[in-house]
Write a protein that binds this ligand. Structure first.
Ligand code: ACO
Length: 430
């Protein structure tokens, strides 16, 4: 059978080069340009990686036109309905759904690595009381490599696995400590008898003064949100983790770089921005003004929680989150006018020519903040919640990359368009 290839012709020299085409299980084929420079002297140019696959991966598949998302082949809708976050984390990390004993062992390992080294607590005192929790996360997660030397040898598969477990286990504890620091309350130690999300709620909201009972509605809602946020193939933060890791950097440093990337408002920071935007809009009667601002190219304002690089159809996660939002508000008997406002904003935007033409739909962040708010989680913690869930994806991608014998240091090329070579000018002649 002949191999699928693509032939490129240079219309300046008439030279041709044949390039192999790589096909995955699903998705469009890709032209393998890895030999292009060596054989033809060209780089490829693709700012923002609009058409470039940076790696092969077996973790997650997205069909942006259909609005389809699969983790290890399983549709996100089925995972959200039938699974839980820890099972999904196992699936992402090991590639298969765990058998009952595998799940029990994994849950045991994760829930028995939830504490961090006691001296890590000292780091929190170094941050001002009003530090953004994402800033604390970047620093404290990055510091973990200074504590866990027995899991930083990236060439050792056992070290890699221990680091993955530690990161998934300790992220909620660090996140809750960041929050407690910001409100001046004592840290609450993890409780290993609770579920992953139940324990997080406990560490966020319990105090030493009275008993705290985990609300099962909040626990399940958080679990669904975490499943939906667990992975999303080569997004900015995951690509950052992979690029950091490609040099052999330790996993704690790599995940810290992913947290930094996630924080940006065009990425995971959008969930916080959505609530600020809804707050600013304030009332249904102001929506038109903000839609006009979003369409105005001279105005930097964008409709936060709208649009996606890959989805040109409804983000399947946003659909599930909108339904969860209904369920949570109803179960907790909360009447939040912000939800009404968000739904009306979606309706108006979705019937506007500008948004229709550009295929701009609500993304995962549009409704998630309303659920977090209903659960009592403050706005500046929204992206932190995202980071906890995405750690499962980050560390699974990192593990996949390091374990791939074909992996090399990530080193993009550039088109230099600065000054041509020139001679140094002495100060008196400038
Ligand atoms: N509001 C108004 N216009 C928008 C929006 C928006 N939210 N998103 C995209 N557009 C417009 C752009 O101005 C552009 O218009 P043009 O063709 O006339 O120039 C067109 O739609 C395409 O948008 P790009 O910015 O080129 O698309 P890109 O793939 O680079 O960006 C992004 C995707 C960053 C998500 C963008 O849609 C955005 O900024 N959205 C708001 C922030 C947000 O919600 N981010 C969360 C994404 S999901 C996540 O990371 C978890």
């Amino acid at each position: 059978m002949s191999q699928h290839t693509v032939t490129l012709t240079d219309n300046k020299t008439g030279k041709t080069i044949e390039l192999p085409v790589v096909e995955g299980t699903h998705g469009p084929p890709a032209i393998d340009v890895s030999k292009l420079y060596r054989e033809a002297g060209f780089f490829t140019y693709d700012p923002g990686f609009l058409s470039t696959a940076s790696c092969t991966s077996q973790l997650t598949f997205i069909d942006g036109n259909k609005g389809q998302l699969l983790y290890r082949g399983y549709p996100i809708e089925q995972l959200a309905e039938k699974s839980n976050f820890l099972e999904v984390a196992y699936l992402l990390l090991y590639g298969h759904l765990p058998k009952p004993t595998e799940y029990d062992n994994f849950e045991h390992v994760i829930m028995h690595h939830t504490m961090f080294n006691e001296t890590v607590k000292n780091f929190f005192d170094g941050f001002r009381y009003d530090a953004h929790p994402m800033a604390i996360m970047v620093g404290v997660v990055g510091s973990l490599s200074a504590f866990y030397h027995d899991s930083t040898d990236v060439n050792n598969a056992v070290h890699r696995e221990i680091a993955a477990h530690r990161l998934i286990a300790k992220m909620p504890t660090i996140a809750a400590a960041s929050y407690k620091h910001s409100i001046g309350e004592p840290f609450i130690y993890p409780r290993n008898d609770l579920s992953y999300t139940g324990n997080l709620l406990h560490m966020l909201f319990a105090t030493p003064c009275e008993p705290y009972e985990v609300n099962p509605v909040a626990e399940r809602a958080l679990d669904i949100l975490f499943i939906l946020h667990a992975d999303h193939e080569q997004n900015a933060s995951t690509s950052t983790v992979r690029l950091s890791g490609s040099s052999g950097a330790d996993p704690f440093a790599c995940v810290s770089s992913g947290i930094a990337s996630l924080w940006g408002p065009a990425h995971g920071g959008a969930n916080e921005e959505v609530l600020k935007m809804l707050d600013e809009i304030g009332d249904v009667k102001h929506i038109d003004k903000y839609i006009a601002k979003a369409k105005d190219k001279d105005d930097p304002f964008r409709l936060m929680g709208f649009g996606h690089r890959v989805y040109k159809n409804y983000d399947p996660r946003a659909k599930l989150i909108r339904q969860t939002c209904y369920d949570v508000l109803e179960s907790l008997k909360i009447n939040d006018p912000m939800f009404e406002l968000a739904m009306r904003l979606e309706e108006i935007a979705r019937s506007d020519e500008y948004f229709i033409k550009r295929n701009l739909y609500p993304n995962v962040d549009f409704y998630s903040g309303i659920i977090y708010k209903a659960l009592g989680i403050p706005t500046n913690m929204f992206t932190v919640m995202f980071a906890i869930a995405r750690t499962a994806g980050w560390i699974s991608h990192w593990t996949e990359m390091i374990g791939d014998p074909a992996h090399r240091i990530g080193r993009p090329r550039q088109i230099y368009n600065g000054a041509a070579m020139r001679d140094f000018v002495m100060p008196e002649d400038r």
